[in-house]
Design a protein around this ligand. Sequence first.
Ligand code: EPU
Length: 420
Amino acid sequence: MDSLLIRGGVPLHGTVLISGAKNAVLPIMAATLLTSEKCVIHRAPKLTDVTFMGDILKSLGAEVEVEENTITVQAARLTGTGDYDLIRKMRGSLCILGPLLARLRHARVSLPGGCVIGSRPVDLHRKGLEGLGANIRIEGGYVVATAPQLIGGDIFLGGRAGPTVLGTANVMMAATLAQGTTVIESAACEPEIIDLANFLNAMGAKITGAGSPTLRIQGVEQLHGAEHEVIPDRIEAATFAIAAAATDGEITLKGARPDHFGAVIDKLREAGVRIDRSGPDLIVKRGSELRPVDVTTMPYSGFPTDVQAQMMVLMALAQGTSIMTERIFESRFMHVSELARLGTDIAIEGPSAIVKGGRPMSGAPIMASDLRASAALVIAGMVASGETLVNRIYHLDRGYENIDTKLKQLGANIERVQEM
Ligand code: EPU
């Protein structure tokens, strides 16, 4: 297993190119199962999660070719019996449920267990697909779905924590080939849902309202092949912006879509970080003393849960107290105990973390627990004095394309080593 050895104290400087979005490319890859024709996906990030998804599609009978950042998929014939060990490994694979059900009228997908960020229920996926006439049962740890035919309906997808991103993706994909019209209320509004709807429409689907809480999908007989460029990763862009501010550097984000992470930009500005547009690029630098700000995670267009851990590191550097409240996943504070090893003062009270900022951080061996927590620990390592060893960084490779190479190009003193 790899670790990252970081020598902190070097401000980041230079330009970084933002990759395609992980959480957009995964459902888009799943959507290629909806047609027997060839689909071409550009700006696909090279990530282990993307490789897994490619392997899952292959195990279902699709032909998958990857050339640099372009993925070509043709699911001419599908077997419907995928490699369940693979499917079990990645929660994102849940989004093959909708396409398989639409194309084959049956699907069997491993039920995602709880994970370190909290329990991961599937009740809304189930409710949505049942609303299209599918029969869903949980059997031996799998979600087993069958539907002699799918019929459009009115479906309310709001849950305890608001809308569901992959649930919306699943129901939207299944509804493209259902008879009649489906209306999803309380749909997720994330840019990744808009990107998926754009891809589906390019395949011949009839979807309107993507990006709003009401999605209308008029079912069609069949879909055809399409070519698509994935949106840039807003979470990667936000992570690099925070890294620049945390290290007191100045970086240019190339290819980012500021309109996709407005809530993060707003909070960073409130915290004293300067973010300026320069043509299509964004320039990020710490403008003045960092100020503590309170942050509550919310569904889009609120502050994303996927940036909570990184923002917490920045708040640990600001003089004063800030409160970070996690409203999407109930135990997404695994990074707090690891950050404590570096000298931070953060207390968890219910869904909130009370960050008493301004304590000096010094390097230590720490352990990554999930993807975004890992990114936060890397940022903390770049700030802490001395050496920080971040163990178990396979999480990072799941979701950040070449993160160590990109950070090195920005001047970070970071090296991939074999875990001891
Ligand atoms: N929820 C339910 N019932 C369901 C589904 C979800 O109650 O059937 C709840 C969840 O427990 C959670 C909330 O709804 O409290 C939101 O979960 P959602 O379904 O939106 O999450 P997801 O679609 O499984 C995607 C991203 C996550 C990201 C969340 C929230 C992908 C592959 N994953 O997950 O990304 O945190 O949306 O924005 O798109 C990451 O990239 O690190 C990551 C975890």
